[in-house]
Design a protein around this ligand. Structure first.
Ligand SMILES: *Cc1c(COP(=O)(O)O)cnc(C)c1O
Length: 397
């Protein structure tokens, strides 16, 4: 039977079909969970050839596993990448990708507003290994020229950034970085490949916290890296193998399952988010709303240019600052007061005291994360119920 040419398939079809091959032993239609640590060799010669890379085949699950590989093939197809690597968490993906391209004596130019864990990795951990990091507001392209150095090997971006929802021009920054001999990594967690494909905009690698929209159901922690085959081979042979942050077969299977409905989920998330953003923007107790889909967002045009949708992360400032925020968050009934995002249910949290609490206050405020900022991950519930819940919580201020 001829197999369908994946190149010709649309995004939703790829979500269903890419990486999925009937199990050669049983014909199982869905990829089985190959819950095994090791793989038997036929004989010593077979084992030796597989170790030497002369023969294809599985050796040990830290190196490769069929369930992981199915997920990697699907993610590569969705991001329009040559190859992908699945990891134990988003941070495992980020650290494996970054540490494969930056070494002692090198410099990283990083966006000033980043996921809290990434910020701490760059600010505290990497400098201990002799890696220099500069944080800058890269929504201003002049800052890219200003802070690129002779030893800059990496420009690290998020767009939209977590939790300020500010954007950077991935294409323009990639051109400048490449001209200076630096690679570009984009954390695409907020957008997913359904809404934004950074590799097509010029980035060299994309990383994800697959814990979020890729898994989509709030039931697993995982990460993804995508890029060229050569880059992925390099990571697989060094930082993935050495630090060992691989994904478990079971978690890979959960992501395979989640990805099948990614476009349907993301569409509903985003439709709900637009209505909630408009509701919040008109609410008397809300001072500012940050959502790239609102015309009032200062980078609305860039959002339209670089992505095919606006996602479902909203941040807002309440009139009355931290105290008002605390009252509101303590009074939600449908939404859950919890970190993480991209879950089918609505989650609400306070970055200054939670996800970004490790970033020094002055630096945090400078990058747009004020004390009163609230971040909401809009779920796929009936939008009236989300709005009723937020409206009720706001009325308690
Ligand atoms: C959650 C998150 C991470 C970290 O991912 P983990 O899966 O928690 O390790 C990185 N980047 C962004 C944008 C995130 O939201």
């Amino acid at each position: 039977m001829e197999k369908k040419d994946l190149e010709k398939l649309g995004f939703q079809s790829l979500c269903c079909h890419a990486g999925q091959h009937a199990d050669p032993q049983t014909g199982a239609h869905n990829t089985p969970i190959y819950q095994t640590s090791t793989f038997a060799f036929e004989n010593v010669k077979d084992g030796a050839a597989k170790f030497a890379g002369e023969k294809e085949g599985y050796i040990y699950t830290r190196l490769a596993n069929p369930t992981q590989n199915a997920l990697e093939e699907k993610m590569a197809a969705l991001e329009k990448a040559e190859a992908a690597i699945a990891t134990a968490s988003g941070m495992a993906a980020i650290s494996a990708a970054v540490m494969a391209v930056v070494f002692a004596g090198d410099h990283i130019l990083a966006l000033d507003c980043l996921y809290g864990g990434t910020h701490v990795l760059m600010e505290e951990t990497l400098p201990k290994y002799g890696i220099e990091v500069t944080f800058a507001d890269l929504s201003n392209l002049d800052n890219v020229d200003k802070y690129l150095q002779d030893n800059t090997k990496l420009v690290y971006l998020e767009s939209p950034a977590n939790p300020s929802l500010s954007l950077v021009d991935i294409e323009a920054i990639s051109k400048k970085a490449h001209a200076a001999g630096a690679k570009v990594i984009v954390d695409n967690t907020f957008m997913t490949p359904y809404l934004q494909k950074p590799l097509l905009l010029g980035a060299d690698m994309v990383v994800h916290s697959a814990t979020k929209y890729i898994g989509g159901h709030g039931d697993t922690v995982a990460g993804i890296i995508v890029g060229t085959q050569a880059m992925m081979d390099q990571i697989r042979g060094t930082t993935l193998k050495d630090f060992g942050g691989i994904i478990s077969p079971f978690n890979a299977w959960l992501l395979l399952r989640g990805l099948k409905t990614l476009p349907i989920r993301v569409e509903k998330h985003a439709k709900n988010a637009m209505e909630v953003a408009q509701f919040l923007e008109e609410h008397e107790k809300v001072d500012k709303v940050y959502y790239p889909g609102l015309k009032s967002h200062s980078q609305y045009d860039l959002a339209v240019k670089q992505a095919t949708g606006f996602g479902s992360m909203i941040s807002c400032e309440l009139k009355g600052g931290v105290d008002a925020g605390e009252k509101m968050m303590n009074n939600v009934q449908l939404a859950t007061l919890a970190v993480s995002l991209g879950d089918v249910d609505t989650l609400i949290q306070h970055p200054a005291s939670m996800t970004n609490s490790q970033v020094p206050r002055e630096e945090r405020i400078e990058s747009g994360i004020t004390d009163g900022l609230i971040r909401i991950s809009i779920g796929i519930e009936d939008v009236e119920d989300i709005i009723d819940d937020l409206g009720y919580a706001l009325s308690k201020i």
